[in-house]
Design a protein. Structure first.
Length: 568
């Protein structure tokens, strides 16, 4: 195909009535001041969407617009173009037709990029228009670095086998540390984990191999397997980075460190534990520039959101968010703090670790090694004249009692607790030894939540539930069970062939009304449970998961998984 023609973007957008001449003039004036691309200026000003510009270019040039959100890229074709050129030229090989490669370009009017693509691919090429944001996201997904990680692991194995190689050079303890094999391997692992949205990295020595796994959307995936000989070097380097005792291999250790990847600051919590074949290491990744969610964007049902907002707007009392580790409790609490954070209120957080940074808050990091415990920090926080206190977790009786006294003396306390559901939370506090009157008088509301995986939009397909799933659904939906359109993901490159992309929370709420308060004061758990079940009828975690199934957001399998966890 002939080279694409050079067109003036602004004139094209005005001609197609996507922007007005006045909007174009304003954007051009701003472009002169900032030097940024015109298209980006127009999008950021809200005059036109990125997709609108792409479709306009496609119409002008007489070519196809390809929506990469639903397009299934073929890795063997995509990788005909090296990742460096794909990123530099904002291009992606999409398909093959009549001996030509169809290349998606974010800016097909970039003649230099077109010429370079033709030179690198050494094939006849045709082009289509794609959105830049979706293009970069697709590049991140398709150009997996699993092969590079395996190659670096083999390189490290070879270096360790060389008797002439200094162990300090391998670990990066000398000059030029960034070129040390173990440093390059770990940096690549961290970059790939960040790109794949992994929450945790597991480094696990086995008898004959070292397995590196990523937890993505709550599920572990094997990233690579390497020679078990490199385990020692990896663990030593990680211990050095986190300030742990490298001579101690018999006891578990915990630490943390910070790295910067792609201009993103990442806090990493590390836990090492001795196993039969060496030290196992698990790292939790916490991106510090992750945007805070707003309460309206948590997908909480409107009736529950109204009750939650009412509870956090009170001047005193405790609001508890419960659920297992990794269920999004901290995200929910910070969405609440983001709404409560005004210049008229003093907010103190006591956490381990501080997962989000929010201007205007006084955030304290617990440090058990120097006896800076939750209870000690909480006592000091109460002398700082706070209006609102966020207590990262009620870990023990002492911390719970201090938090509840604060709630009873005019402070709003937000905290978390590890319980199975909302109804069992007050009973759990009583089991911890907290006096009944404190539980009855301080708790305003309990929000329980879980995370379910969301069906991938790119490969979502209608399907018929299995007989077992149909029977389970009928218990929840009754006669409505056959009127719902059920979806699942068939697996594609956008979701790493899992059928899921991202997660969404499901919720339930327990309000501590007068009847529940009286039941707690009487010390009758059976009466408490009976009243609570009546209050929550039809608004449980299980029912909220079924709601997402009916909306096509998740699968019956995921809803049943949540149900199984609740029944345990």
């Amino acid at each position: 195909m002939a080279r694409p023609e050079k067109i003036r973007l602004g004139d094209m957008l005005v001609q197609q009535q996507l922007v007005t001449p006045e909007q174009l003039q304003l954007a051009l004036e701003e472009q002169k001041r900032s030097g940024r691309k015109l298209g980006r200026m127009l999008v950021e000003s809200g005059y036109v969407t990125e997709e609108g510009i792409s479709k306009g270019l496609a119409r002008q040039l007489g070519v196809d617009f390809v929506d990469l959100k639903t397009f299934r890229a073929r890795p063997e074709l995509v990788k005909l173009l090296p990742e460096v050129q794909a990123r530099r030229n904002r291009a992606l090989v999409l398909s093959e037709r009549d001996g030509q490669l169809i290349v998606g370009m974010a800016d097909p009017t970039d003649l230099g990029a077109f010429d370079e693509l033709a030179r690198v691919l050494k094939r006849d090429i045709d082009f289509a228009v794609v959105g830049e944001t979706q293009l970069l996201a697709t590049i991140d997904r398709v150009y997996s670095r699993a092969e590079e990680i395996s190659g670096l692991a083999k390189e490290l194995t070879a270096d360790m086998a060389e008797t002439s190689t200094e162990f300090g050079n391998i670990l990066g303890l000398t000059a030029g540390a960034e070129d040390a094999p173990v440093v390059k391997l770990l940096n690549t692992v961290f970059e790939e984990a960040l790109k794949m949205r992994a929450s945790d990295i597991h480094i696990e020595p086995q008898e004959k191999s070292l397995v590196i796994r990523f937890r993505i959307d709550g599920v572990l995936h094997v990233q690579t397997e390497a020679d078990s000989k490199i385990a020692t070097a990896l663990v030593l380097r990680l211990k050095l980075m986190s300030g742990l005792d490298i001579s101690e291999k018999r006891l578990p250790q915990d630490g943390r460190f910070n790295i910067k990847l792609r201009s993103t600051s990442i806090d990493i919590r590390i836990s090492s534990m001795p196993t039969q074949h060496g030290e196992s290491v698990v790292m939790r990744l916490l991106a510090q520039n992750t945007g805070l969610l707003e309460l309206d964007k948590l997908h909480m049902p409107a009736t529950l959101l109204e009750r939650f907002r009412k509870a956090i707007s009170r001047p005193s009392g405790i609001v508890l968010v419960t659920g297992p580790t990794g269920s999004g409790k901290t995200t929910t609490l910070y969405a609440a703090l983001n709404e409560l954070n005004t210049t008229e209120k003093k907010i103190i957080t006591v956490e381990d670790p501080v997962e989000y940074r929010l201007p205007g808050l006084n955030q304290v990091q617990v440090h058990e090694k120097i006896e800076l415990s939750f209870s000690r920090v909480l006592r000091s926080a109460l002398r700082q004249d706070p209006d609102i206190i966020l207590l990262g977790e009620m870990r023990d009786q002492e911390t719970a009692e201090i938090g509840m006294r604060a709630a009873m003396t005019g402070h709003l306390v937000l905290s978390t607790l590890h319980t199975n559901d909302a109804l069992s939370t007050p009973i759990r506090l009583l089991d911890m030894g907290v006096p009944r009157y404190m539980v009855a008088m301080s708790i305003q509301l309990v929000l329980a939540q879980r995370l379910v995986r969301v069906v991938c939009e790119s490969c979502a397909t209608p399907y018929a539930p299995t007989p077992n799933e149909h029977l389970w659904l009928k218990l929840e939906l009754g006669d409505q069970v056959d009127s719902v359109r059920y979806l699942h993901g068939t697996g594609c490159n956008h979701c790493a062939n899992t059928g899921y992309s991202g997660r969404q929370a499901v919720y339930e709420i327990l309000d501590m009304n007068n009847a529940l308060v009286e039941a707690v004061n009487r010390g009758d758990p059976n009466e408490f449970l009976q009243i609570g079940r009546e209050q929550m009828r039809g608004a449980t975690l299980r029912r909220d998961a079924v709601r997402l199934v009916c909306d096509g957001r998740t699968t019956v399998e995921e809803a049943m998984r949540i149900s199984t966890q609740l029944d345990e």
